[in-house]
Design a protein around this ligand. Structure first.
Ligand code: SF4
Ligand code: SF4
Length: 496
């Protein structure tokens, strides 16, 4: 099945023997001019790229204090070295977080520090040349910006930010990544990553209404572009058609229906995902965020709720108000934005949802914390709400639940292997190998407790697991949307 060696699942996560250069060949397709220029980047490698790259680095150092602190602060303690799923899965030493950072740090030192300018060899500083640039392209596209390493770094150095800066420098000299930049362009011009036009969205939602009514005998609505609705749901476009994502969308609709909340989706802002973050571009992130503001104003909604998508929730929770606020035209009684899990959990606590967890008795599940939710956001009003709320919902709708080992969940969760703009088939080897630690943790609860399904609240995780689980002997449909289980446990009277 694979033209590379799939790692063997071990009983416990093991630190691999180093294989120098094992992933040096891994590079995603380079973006063409047609995707570069609309985002404000040159179509190909510019002539004076060395100077342009250094200018951009200087610009970012001036703009983001954290970037310079992260480049200066590392003491090479080694605490992060075995914390990256890509290192554990590929054994390539350049996938150790500190080594990945050093690819950029050694150039920073050469041009931006006194010691590097005058005694480069002493401080490991190197000139920027084409070989270095190629290495950046390769290894900064082997970081899913999951931030696991930063949890273990005594100085809190965030490799994700260094990786974002590196990608922004690469874009600025004309070497962008096709997958991310094509998607950003589609979302900015057509409203979603997939380029789905309004009629296609409408058709899908009408089909869904028919399907749900046939299934439960209740006319649950999946509205699009309906002015005057209370809630604007911003959800990943994968929810409109991909499995198991669409089952999550079915679940959101059932929750809104039972709560009597009027809601709508928007064809103009039919995408929660914001790949602008993956390429480190504030401007491109902002263009997408402003579409959400415009849709909310035009539809006259009172609240904005986000569906199940990890990085989308991070962008929304951490940056939406800065990128596209103020949202003073919305109902002040609700946070902006709100996560669908917050809506559902609030309703469960108030006894507003009729649930029968035995509807899911054929399942034995565990929960995968998505990195951007776990380490880049929060839910509810108390610390750790982003871990507690999805689990509390899950335990209200299933009877068979077991957590994976503690060191692989919550703030220490392992990335699915496809985050950070790496969910593309040209990186399949990396994706499969990067999924190893999560698959080992899943195997642990499978072998010890009979767990047969993994539940997630991230569109990227769901797509990634569907693809990589079969490489490790799990069924591709062993991954489920949290709101699918909520929807299946909801009890409806026929007259509702
Ligand atoms: S941010 Fe995640 S993917 Fe990137 S180096 Fe750290 S652990 Fe690895
Ligand atoms: S844990 Fe932090 S300080 Fe230690 S080597 Fe890694 S990045 Fe450097």
């Amino acid at each position: 099945m694979a033209d590379f060696e799939v790692p063997e699942l071990k009983e416990h996560i093991e630190i691999p023997e180093l294989q120098e250069g094992a992933m040096a060949h891994s590079q995603p397709f380079v973006s063409k001019e047609q995707w570069q220029q609309p985002l404000g980047y040159p179509g190909e490698l510019v002539e004076n790229w060395e100077q342009a790259a250094l200018d951009k680095m200087g610009d970012l150092l001036g703009k983001y204090r954290s970037f310079q602190v992260f480049l200066d602060a590392c003491v090479k303690c080694g605490a992060c070295t075995d914390k990256c799923h890509y290192f554990l899965g590929t054994a390539d030493p350049k996938n150790m977080p500190v080594a990945r950072q050093d690819l950029l740090r050694k150039v920073y030192r050469r041009y931006f520090t006194f010691a590097g300018k005058y005694f480069p060899k002493l401080v490991g500083a190197v000139d920027l040349n084409k070989e270095v640039l190629d290495e950046w392209y390769s290894y900064f596209h082997q970081c899913s910006q999951c931030r696991r390493c930063s949890v273990f770094c005594p100085y809190g150095i965030d490799t994700a930010e260094i990786s974002m800066a590196a990608r922004e420098i690469l874009d600025s000299v004309g070497v962008g990544q096709k997958y991310c930049n094509e998607i950003i362009h589609k979302a900015q011009t057509l409203g979603n990553n997939l380029g789905l036009p309004q009629p296609a969205l409408k058709d899908t939602l009408l089909d869904l209404e028919e399907e749900v009514e046939e299934d439960i005998g209740v006319p649950v609505r999946y509205p699009l572009d309906e002015k005057g609705a209370d809630v604007l749901l911003i959800t990943p476009s994968a929810d409109f058609f991909a499995e198991p994502h669409i089952d999550g969308l079915i679940g959101y609709g059932k929750v809104f229906h039972q709560l009597g909340i009027s809601w709508t989706m928007s064809s103009f802002a039919s995408e929660a995902a914001n790949f602008g973050m993956f390429i480190g571009s504030y401007e491109n992130m902002q263009r997408l965020a402003l579409r959400i503001r415009k849709a909310a104003l035009e539809l006259g909604v009172k609240r904005i709720v986000f569906g199940e998508c990890g990085h989308a929730w991070r962008v929304a929770y951490s940056f939406l108000n800065t990128l596209a606020g103020p949202f003073d035209f919305l109902d002040p009684n609700y946070p902006v934005p709100q996560h669908i899990c917050e809506v559902t959990w609030d309703a469960i606590q108030k006894g507003q949802l009729k649930l029968d967890p035995s509807a899911n008795d054929h399942l034995n599940v565990t929960f995968h914390d998505s990195c951007n939710v776990a380490r880049g956001s929060r839910m509810g009003n108390e610390p750790g709400g982003q871990f507690k709320i999805p689990r509390a919902i899950l335990k209200s709708v299933v009877n068979n639940y077991h957590d994976m080992p503690r060191e692989t969940i919550c703030e220490s969760t392992f990335c699915c292997g496809g985050g950070g703009g790496l969910l593309t088939d040209d990186l399949m080897e990396l994706r499969v190998k990067g999924a190893l630690p999560r698959m080992e943790a899943l195997k642990h609860v499978h072998d010890n407790y009979g767990v047969d399904h993994l539940v997630a609240i991230c569109a990227i995780c769901k797509s990634q697991f569907t693809k990589v689980m079969p490489y490790y002997g799990f069924e591709m449909d062993s991954i489920l949307s949290l709101h699918q289980l909520v929807g299946d446990a909801l009890v409806f009277d026929q007259h509702e």
